[in-house]
Write a new protein. Structure first.
Length: 159
């Protein structure tokens, strides 16, 4: 069985950043999948399930309510390895194209106050597994250390 393309990236050389993982034609549209990598794989501790779950709820809520990206958002959710998120958008985008919306999303997450959207047992299959404080800390760290001072090596997969 052939390896899928995301398993062919050298994770030992992968930095934190925003990467185009793939582009898929769907009818007349293109779906662009982004790898939003918040932790260096195999070199940094991964995010806790509580933090990543909360970031997922806040990020998905932000994107689905955004005046421009709501209709372009297909999916926002965590990677199984807990080092980041996949974001699927309708359209042919580059990492540079979406840097402003990703920055805006992480600013939203890092400053969010109040009840986590969709965190009630009626709305969520694991309602006890949230941590707003930790999610905000992870978002702020990614924002300050990567998004607000982005470099080319944080936007293009390593060879």
């Amino acid at each position: 069985m052939e390896k899928i393309s995301s398993f062919m990236i050298n994770h030992n050389a992968l930095l934190r950043g925003i990467y185009v993982s793939r582009k898929d034609p769907v009818g007349t549209e293109t779906i662009t999948t982004f790898d939003i990598r918040m932790k260096e794989p195999n070199r940094e501790p991964v995010m806790s399930t509580k933090a990543i779950h909360t970031i997922e709820h806040l990020g998905a809520t932000f994107l689905r309510n955004h005046p421009v990206f709501a209709e372009k958002t297909i999916y926002f959710g965590p990677m199984g390895c807990r080092t980041g998120f996949y974001m699927l958008l309708k359209g042919n985008f580059s990492s540079e194209d979406i840097l402003p919306i990703v920055t805006e999303m992480f600013e939203f997450i890092s400053t969010f106050e109040g009840k986590i959207p969709g965190s009630e047992p009626r709305d969520c299959g694991n309602a006890l597994d949230h941590d707003l404080r930790e999610a905000k800390e992870e978002a702020q760290k990614f924002l300050e250390e990567i998004l607000l001072q982005i470099k080319k090596e944080n936007l293009v997969y390593p060879e």
